[in-house]
Design a protein around this ligand. Structure first.
Ligand code: GUN
Length: 296
């Protein structure tokens, strides 16, 4: 078998074109332009790149963006005051604090300060809890991107065996909850899992987010499986690679996402979507067509 390769860039482009129209409708019908505030503390080089990408994607979609940069030694109280201001600002529909934060700042206190209604990263405990009950309004962006890719490729989720490799709060655990909500049978593996292959071989859908290059080799994958690689690893020669031996596994899977160009472009796309959904909620539009959120 030779896998079909998921073109995450193309899916992201198509969705973003739809989202641009949604923004225009919000502006023309309600006079509301969605607004996202991104807060960056310190000068982490990778964070600066991520933040720049988010701001640029907003511009391209018609979303107003505000970038707030604070020095690495800014006191926590300064950051909390900034969040309070953004929470109260009616023109701001999404508030995102880029992680990681400097060590003197308590991440959980910061994330819990963001208004639940503006938590477009989906990291507030209230939204995390909503993953458990299927009522989260803002799912975290990378797992949401994985779900959207599977939907776009018309992969059946209900009744399938899903194995998630990686148990992080940002990717592994929420991805597992979201796919279980869609009636998959889900196992989560992590770095202490004994005999990883014993689990991965059960997977109809294998989602890998471990941060280990070439962790998944063909012998660990069932013929015809769907393989979603969420890993982003930089090799010594500077190239970016995922967690899956792409060439080997592509010869055995039925569908596979590459790195780069798979899940990556979807993460920011879902941030745009969450921001638009937040603005829609503000004007009374509650979209539950994708099975998320509480009906009005
Ligand atoms: N740092 C790495 N990934 C993320 C993310 O998805 N959101 C935020 N806020 N920070 C990050």
């Amino acid at each position: 078998m030779t896998a079909r390769i998921i073109d995450g860039k193309a899916v992201a482009r198509k969705l973003r074109a739809e989202y641009r129209v949604r923004v225009q409708q919000l502006v023309s019908a309600h006079g509301v332009q969605p607004g996202l505030a991104v807060v960056l503390v310190g000068d982490n080089a990778a964070s600066q790149v991520y933040v720049r990408n988010k701001v640029r994607a907003c511009e391209e979609t018609g979303i107003r963006s505000e970038l707030i940069t604070l020095p690495a030694d800014a006191p926590e109280s300064r950051l909390l005051a900034e969040i309070d201001r953004l929470n109260a600002d009616p023109g701001t529909h999404g508030v995102l604090v880029q992680l990681p934060l400097p060590p003197h700042i308590a991440m959980r206190r910061v994330l819990e300060r963001i208004s639940v209604d503006k938590d477009v990263d989906g990291f507030h405990l209230y939204n995390v809890g909503g993953l458990m009950t299927g009522t989260t309004v803002f799912p975290p962006c990378t797992p949401f991107g994985v779900q959207k890719l599977l939907e776009h490729e018309k992969v059946q989720i209900a009744g399938r065996n899903v194995v998630v490799v990686g148990a992080s709060n940002i990717v592994g655990k929420p991805t597992a909850m979201m796919l279980m909500q869609r009636d998959a049978t889900v196992a989560i593996c992590h770095k202490l899992t004994r005999d990883l292959a014993q689990f991965t071989l059960l997977a109809d859908i294998l989602v890998v987010a471990a941060g280990v290059p070439n962790l998944i080799v063909p012998q660990m994958v069932r013929t015809g499986a769907v393989v979603i690689d969420v890993g982003i690893n930089r090799l010594p020669d500077g190239r970016i690679t995922g967690d899956v031996d792409f060439a080997g596994v592509a010869a055995k899977a039925s569908l596979i996402s590459p790195v780069p160009g798979g899940v990556g472009p979807m993460t920011v796309t879902m941030l745009l979507f969450n921001t638009i959904r937040s603005a829609e909620r503000r004007v009374g539009i509650v979209d539950v067509s994708d099975g998320l959120g509480v009906p009005a």
